[in-house]
Design a protein around this ligand. Structure first.
Ligand code: ARG
Length: 401
């Protein structure tokens, strides 16, 4: 029987050419797998037809946008996940959901190998292949760009020679990856890290220098998940989309960073994640009133470690699963409303309310009638400082000898 390979297919030039390229190099039949993670653009049907037109024996297309929002974006929100304090893991969280569908398609169509279009320099090859190893340990991996010398020039020549139904003249100077959680743009002019991004780079956000009138929004959460916007019930996917639209119009969520790739390279990336950044900001502020102090402090550390694991391609790892359990437990009381103003590139929280709040007005107030007994503070401070005081006494004693 002819060997079969499932290919992660975007519909673009490189993966369209990869179908025939893999076929010629390996003699295998190629099955194209296209997964909708809310990236917008062409319909799955258009992409399916192109895959078949480029020589795929079968095309597997899946609308995974709700699955992606529910099972990948929401855990990222609950973790307030920002890799290196900046990056909301846009591409990193889309790889595991694509992997799930690749493995499912491999089983359905009897494939032995999984192929993807990543280069040998980035994080995404690691995320795909570590994910495949975990969910389908018997499956092999191949990356035509990395392993079969499929360069851009060769791809264009191949497409023209074979008359593939794909545009080869459109020149995009950037490498772009996008989904409903955000958009990532790199390469070209941006590789000079002194160059400011130009306007043409952005698509999810409007220039914040000339914002429309401020937009006030109320986001309601239940157990860490957005459930309503301005009182209108929403699914996680709808919440992200609505905030992409409204926060995007105000230029919220533009991020320009040089980040540490897993393979040891520092690289410059421009992100736009208006919905994600508005949601993370709101969620964090709701945690501030609903999560107990020690739990909250420890959760920040856990969230950072969680972000690193996910960035590093360990979505399906045991440690990530254990941290998920901790994070989930902290979300039990993260319910309530956050009022925020979207304006001029900023999402600023200016009101919060919750039935499960730990904010106690009577304890906090400086007005008369407060219930906090200030006389307890003296003794508390005495004991709190005792250990350091004893140690410093010893330091002075030893230094004097
Ligand atoms: N650097 C980011 C990451 O590793 C995004 C990579 C996405 N690719 C792109 N062509 N911009 O998660």
């Amino acid at each position: 029987m002819t060997e079969r390979i499932v290919l992660a297919y975007s519909g673009g030039l490189d993966t369209s050419v990869a179908i025939g390229w893999i076929g010629e190099a390996t003699g295998a039949e190629v099955i194209a797998v296209a997964v909708d993670v809310g990236q917008g653009g062409e319909s799955l049907e258009t992409i399916r037809q192109r895959a078949l037109g480029c020589g795929a024996v079968e095309a597997y297309v899946a609308d995974a946008s709700d699955e992606f929002a529910d099972e990948y974006c929401m855990p990222t929100l609950k973790a307030n996940a920002l890799y290196q304090g900046h990056y909301p893991l846009v591409s990193a969280i889309s790889r595991p959901v694509i992997v799930k569908h690749l493995v499912k398609a491999a089983r359905e169509f009897g494939a032995t190998t999984v192929a993807h279009g990543c280069t040998g320099k980035g994080n995404d090859q690691v995320r795909f292949e570590v994910g495949i190893q975990t969910l389908g340990p018997d499956l092999k991996c191949i990356a035509p760009v990395r392993d079969l010398a499929l360069t851009r020039d060769k791809a264009i020549a191949f497409a023209e020679e074979k008359g593939l139904p794909i545009e080869t003249t459109k020149k995009n100077p950037y490498s772009i990856d996008q989904n409903v959680w955000g958009r990532a743009v790199e390469t070209g002019y941006l590789e000079d890290i002194w160059n400011a991004p130009t306007k043409d780079i952005y698509d999810y956000t409007a220039t914040p220098e000339f914002p429309p009138a401020p937009d006030e929004v109320t986001i309601s959460f239940e157990a860490g998940v957005p459930v309503a916007i301005d009182g209108v019930k929403v699914t996680p996917l709808q919440a992200i989309k609505e905030l992409n639209r409204r926060a995007g119009a105000q230029g919220v969520g533009r991020i320009d960073v040089v980040e540490d790739r897993l393979v040891g390279i520092k690289s410059r990336e421009i992100y736009e994640a208006p919905g994600a950044m508005a949601l993370i900001t709101a969620h964090k502020h709701l945690e501030d009133i609903t999560v107990e102090r020690e739990q909250a402090r420890f959760k920040a550390t856990v969230g950072q470690r969680w972000s690193e694991l996910v960035y590093d391609g360990q979505w399906f790892s045991p440690l990530k699963r254990s941290l998920d359990a901790f994070i989930e437990d902290t979300q039990k009381y993260v319910s309530g409303d956050i009022r925020m103003t979207l304006h001029g590139g900023q999402a600023v929280v200016n009101g919060r309310r919750s039935e499960t709040s730990l904010y106690d007005f009577d304890l906090a107030t400086y007005d008369t009638g407060d219930t906090f007994d200030q006389s307890m503070a003296r003794g508390f401070i005495e004991l709190w400082g005792m250990s350091a005081k004893v140690a410093s006494g010893r330091d002075i004693r030893v230094a004097g000898k």
